[in-house]
Design a protein around this ligand. Structure first.
Ligand code: S3P
Length: 452
């Protein structure tokens, strides 16, 4: 079993076309977005929140460690089972050391929202990838509550935040469609008198809103004038601990599904996957490309829609993916691009400016990696264009993962179909979101191994 370990040097991985098709049923780890929010809102609720199915990846563990440093008590009580003893809204305490959030943008941005209306000072940092990512998109609206920030040039981490002593409620229109920014503002609104409102021109994932309601908070969502949504929270809610079942992460399931589609003869089922309509845009795209994907056993668990997803290999064709779909699948473009590379014809993925500020510049990383595998690919403004000839790539390559888990996993999936091995220079970032990726893919019949 290959387990990338973050304590040693780079852990190169390689994948090859397996001798037989992929087959079987798996579960993927819990949803990353929901896991972060379960810990954070559990920490702000009164009482003990019991969570099952929590993603125990490095990003979520960074959130748990930060909350513990802030005086809440989040502890592992079993496999994926965690108990959080909350301190109540406004009850967090000043941490006596740096909060290091590793690779996790969600931890950083959502926690900054919470900290912005606590009267304390905290120092926040992260790894080289997170320290490059823009934080101005949260420090700007959070400053309007009265929080003060001292940041590096370009509003980068490390930064210091002093939360507002007397927070002022805010109405904020999102300049970019970002669930992280929306959530940061809504979370800041919890320890603020009156009503805090976010207007989003395009709907983004609504896990924060759903979970706030689950804990007894009031969140009003209504159509905004001129389109989009207007979301309002009331300050000082009495959040009460409530059990949470975290569904499987569709962003992780995506790798197994696309692997099944592009390795001839395969059939794979991923069980218990969250299919929140604001997350499931990839399924629409793959269907537009002619993929055979079935939603089985649809149900609701813990306030989120869930299904078993079955994918069967078959010919894919290029498709035109509209920009409006991006917020519903923003993390799935790397793996969609791998499907496009194996499809017949041109796939145009439009409106991907936000991909430039993810764990890496994903537009550049996808284009460079596919190009090295001999695929015809271009970046045209904010659009990504992939021209497939209905066969998997003829070449393999050594791909730079750029501290980006999804770039690493996407290219390892491509290697399961390509004519030559695909290597990734460092598999360690995979542990941020999907620690068992390699053994799970191999359990389906994949051939991912440590590379020399
Ligand atoms: C997330 C929102 C998205 C996504 C990230 C998780 C969240 O980021 O890329 O992986 O949990 O709210 P943006 O909101 O910045 O687009």
């Amino acid at each position: 079993m290959v387990q990338p370990s973050s304590s040693h040097g780079p852990a190169p991985l390689e994948s090859r076309r397996p001798a037989a098709p992929l087959a079987g049923a798996i579960r993927v780890p819990g949803d990353k977005s929901i896991s972060h929010r379960a810990l954070m809102l559990g920490a702000l609720a009164a009482g003990r929140t019991e969570i099952s199915g929590l993603l125990e990846g490095e990003d979520v563990l960074a959130t748990a460690a930060a909350l513990n440093a802030l005086g809440a008590h989040a502890a592992r009580v079993g496999d994926g089972k965690w108990a959080v003893d909350g301190v109540g809204v406004g009850g967090l305490a000043e941490p006596d050391d740096l909060l290091d959030l590793g690779n996790s943008g969600t931890s950083a941005r959502l926690l900054l929202g919470i900290l912005a209306t606590h009267p304390l000072t905290a120092f926040v940092t992260g790894d080289a990838s997170l320290r490059r990512r823009p934080m101005g998109r949260v420090t700007e609206p959070l400053g309007r509550f009265g929080a003060q920030f001292l940041t590096r040039d370009g509003a980068r981490l490390p930064l210091a935040v002093t939360g507002a002593h007397r927070p002022i409620p805010v109405e904020y229109r999102l300049p970019v469609p970002s669930a992280q920014v929306k959530s940061a503002v809504l979370l800041a609104g919890l320890n603020t008198p009156g009503e805090t409102t976010v207007v989003e021109p395009q709907a983004t994932r609504d896990h924060t809103e759903r979970m706030l309601r689950h804990f007894g908070g009031t969140v009003a969502t209504e159509p905004a004038e001129g389109g989009g949504l207007r979301i309002t929270v009331h300050g000082f809610p009495e959040l009460t601990a409530a059990p949470i079942i975290v569904p499987g992460d569709i962003s992780s399931a995506a790798f197994a599904l696309v692997a099944a589609l592009i390795v001839p003869g395969s059939e794979v089922t991923v069980e218990g996957v969250g299919i929140n309509p604001l997350r499931a845009g990839l399924l629409d795209c793959l269907r537009d490309m002619g993929a055979d994907i079935a939603l089985l056993n649809e149900r609701e668990e813990g306030g989120e829609p869930v299904a078993d997803l079955r994918a069967r290999a078959g010919a894919l064709t290029g498709a035109d993916i509209p920009a409006e779909r991006a917020p519903k699948m923003i993390d799935e473009y790397p793996i969609l691009a791998m499907a496009a590379a194996c499809a017949q014809g041109r796939t145009v993925m439009r409106g991907l400016a936000e991909l430039r500020v993810k764990e890496s510049d994903r537009l550049a990383a996808i284009a460079a990696g596919l190009g090295d595998c001999g695929v015809r690919v271009a970046v045209d403004g904010d659009d990504l264009v992939v021209e497939g000839d209905g066969r998997p790539p003829q070449r393999g390559a050594m791909i730079a993962a750029r501290l980006d888990h999804r770039i690493a996993m996407a290219f390892l999936v491509l290697g399961l179909a390509a004519n030559e091995a695909v290597r990734v220079d460092d598999g360690r970032p995979i542990a941020t979101s999907f620690p068992d990726f390699v053994p799970l893919v191999n359990r389906l019949g994949g051939a991912v191994t440590a590379a020399a």
